[in-house]
Design a protein around this ligand. Sequence first.
Ligand SMILES: Nc1ncnc2c1ncn2[C@@H]1O[C@H](COP(=O)(O)OP(=O)(O)OP(=O)(O)O)[C@@H](O)[C@H]1O
Ligand SMILES: [Mg+2]
Length: 379
Amino acid sequence: MPPPEPSNAPPALTCVGLAKRFGETVAVDGVDLEVPRGHLTALLGPSGCGKTTVLRMIAGLISPDTGRIDIDGRTVTGPDISVPPERRNVGLVFQDYALFPHLSVGRNVAYGLSDLSRRQRRARVDEVLELVGLGGLSHRLPTALSGGQQQRVALARALAPSPDLILLDEPFSNLDAALRATVREEVRTILRAAEATAVFVTHDQEEALSLTDNVAVMHAGRLHQVADPQTLYTKPATRFVAEFVGEADTLPGTRAGHYLVDTPIGRLPTAAPVTSDAVTVVIRPEALRLRPATDDRRTAAGAGIVIGISYFGHDQLVQVELDNGALLRARRGPQLDLHRGTRVSLAVDGPVVAFPADPQADPRIPSDDEAATTLASVG
Ligand SMILES: Nc1ncnc2c1ncn2[C@@H]1O[C@H](COP(=O)(O)OP(=O)(O)OP(=O)(O)O)[C@@H](O)[C@H]1O
Ligand SMILES: [Mg+2]
């Protein structure tokens, strides 16, 4: 857990109405984001959705067309204000680490510490190298380190000046899968130990959910939801979030009550009030229960046929085709009691999430008209 928030301290980061266009491309379209002190926040979204652009604006490497950025209560970007990157007290860690190959580990880490005396500088370098588990490697060249070790040097360099905020852009994407899991755990432990506030960019939802206090989901330049991992998963604010975060299949449905929808697999309770007559219902594979269908249930609502099984050992993913042709997946334990061709009855555990079938009717998503208005005011 993050350290308790000191009362009335300003958030480590506040972004208000950030927008950025590159020529015809709308890269970022009205992003509001607040990051409390000591929190790790992931900026999650598919390739090209604007994550790096947001990070570069926070770092001061590019200027937004409109919007304001406060770091630790001080406005660093705003109308007539543009504090240069080196005076924002922000640490940066990029995908390629960007270490100076001809400088030793120690001198790489000392890079941002020019304000300190030589002795203080050496002490601080030793301290952060110890923190990232590389004590004693100060004299090595980065080229003589593993990928994971280089990543930790980059982190040590970013942490050395005790920044208000650390920004990491896809910091694990250069590592192979096995190393990745270990290094990201290490990085989290190091950031926690340093009581750092961090925003890290990723398009890997598992990484975002497992590492951070809060996840901000972006799509096409807009923030869809900022929430803790569990809220994001169980109460996605938009259909995009539901389908991007975790596995999700959808079924068409109709409103049957305030908290009820009728679907091809029967009447299901919903987690939130149903806001539209025609809805799209999201079904998570782990919530779908399958049982071999008995004769009298063959024609009941909620029947289908197993068309495929992906077996992983610890669990399996069973694909079911409903009688109306819709496809659903069910995650089940390792016992193989169903087979291709088995006729099954379906039930859903817990409430489901339902979105208006017509996205234009979803009050949570800005319509294209509103987007056009935003653009007009930006231009
Ligand atoms: N300097 C630039 N000039 C022109 N277009 C740019 C520039 N930088 C980014 N873009 C465009 O802005 C959009 C957002 O880019 P951005 O790099 O922020 O995406 P991203 O979410 O970081 O993607 P990825 O996951 O692939 O790194 C993309 O369409 C990209 O092509
Ligand atoms: Mg990027």
